[in-house]
Design a protein around this ligand. Structure first.
Ligand code: C2E
Ligand code: MG
Ligand code: MG
Ligand code: MG
Length: 282
């Protein structure tokens, strides 16, 4: 951004640059208004334990219900939210709403008792002062247990590897919050970094699950990735599971948790109790 502005000084009439700056300003205003008017909503996708065959928890996935453009998916606004810093406000809202929702499900008689909620955490949150205090406040207000909260972080967080991040991760661990490395395999983290961090699980990116080809022996990197998780005492989660063949292979590899369209797409909160009470179709 700074670089773009720097260049803009020399090419002040560069129409492409100007267009880009205007667009970012527009989306920034649009996002600010969306935060004020609470236009975001959360879809939930179940995560299934292969040990029990039951739903172990849900991942919260944010969407933007835009008054004109309709339902907008994260790929279309998270990058701009990151760039403008507005991701922090959005992400804290997601955390708060997801925890409130979990409390409601947990107190519904028929649901499994220890459901977890997974929230994606932008790397930017880690530079927000009082992050831990804000989490503490949300947990206190929504009355869920710290141990039922799972935070999904990406490799970019651990690559920064700063003292601040280490302190925050340690504080999370002290509270028994679970930490999951999301999109495992798509970043550049080294195994020694992974080893030194208080992670509870590796979530294997869906691109690797996809490459475990149906009807073929080729398993790609997935067995090795599950092996890495196990050897570090972490659970393995596979995302993007779409076929019975993939599920069978993952079972044979002793993968711990699975998530994907085979079980359910991300769904709105009103449909969750039906899903929890229905007989599993998998
Ligand atoms: P992610 O955390 O890796 O989430 C998994 C994505 O894969 C979701 O896309 C989900 O809908 C999709 N998915 C689930 N099962 C399948 C499947 O079987 N096949 C395929 N092809 N896709 C599947 P979604 O909801 O569009 O979210 C995209 C990304 O946006 C997320 O990737 C996450 O990085 C980010 N995101 C979502 N919500 C939040 C949030 O509250 N905060 C932050 N910081 N990022 C978020
Ligand atoms: Mg995720
Ligand atoms: Mg992922
Ligand atoms: Mg992702």
């Amino acid at each position: 951004r700074a670089k773009a502005l720097g260049r803009a000084r020399y090419h002040i009439f560069d129409p492409a640059m100007y267009q880009e700056a205007i667009q970012l300003l527009e989306i920034e205003n649009d996002l600010r208004r969306a935060i004020e008017r609470q236009e975001f909503l959360i879809y939930y996708q179940p995560i299934i334990s292969l040990t029990t065959g039951m739903i172990a928890g849900f991942e919260a996935l944010v969407r933007w219900q835009h008054p004109i453009r309709g339902l907008i998916y994260p790929v279309e606004f998270i990058p701009a939210a990151e760039e403008t810093g507005l991701i922090n406000a959005i992400n804290i809202w997601v955390l708060q709403s997801a925890c409130q929702q979990l409390y409601i499900w947990q107190n519904h008689l028929v649901t499994p008792k220890n459901l977890t909620i997974s929230v994606n955490f932008s790397a930017r949150l880690f530079s927000q002062p009082n992050l831990i205090a804000q989490i503490d406040q949300i947990i206190y207000e929504t009355k869920i247990n710290f141990a039922n909260l799972q935070l999904e972080i990406t490799e970019s967080v651990i690559m920064e590897n700063t003292k601040t991040i280490k302190v925050i991760l340690k504080q999370m661990r002290e509270r028994k919050i679970k930490l999951i490395m999301d999109d495992f395999g798509t970043g550049y983290s080294s195994l020694s970094y992974l080893h030194n961090l208080p992670l509870n699980a590796l979530k294997i990116d869906k691109s690797f699950v996809k490459r475990m080809q149906d009807n073929q022996e080729n398993m790609g990197l997935v067995p090795a990735m599950i092996g890495i998780a196990k050897s570090m005492g972490m659970a393995a989660i596979a995302e993007g599971v779409e076929s019975k063949e993939q599920l069978d292979k993952l079972k044979n590899l002793n993968c711990d948790f699975v998530q994907g369209y085979l079980f359910s797409k991300p769904i709105q909160q009103q449909l969750i109790l039906d899903l929890l009470t229905a007989k599993p179709h998998w």
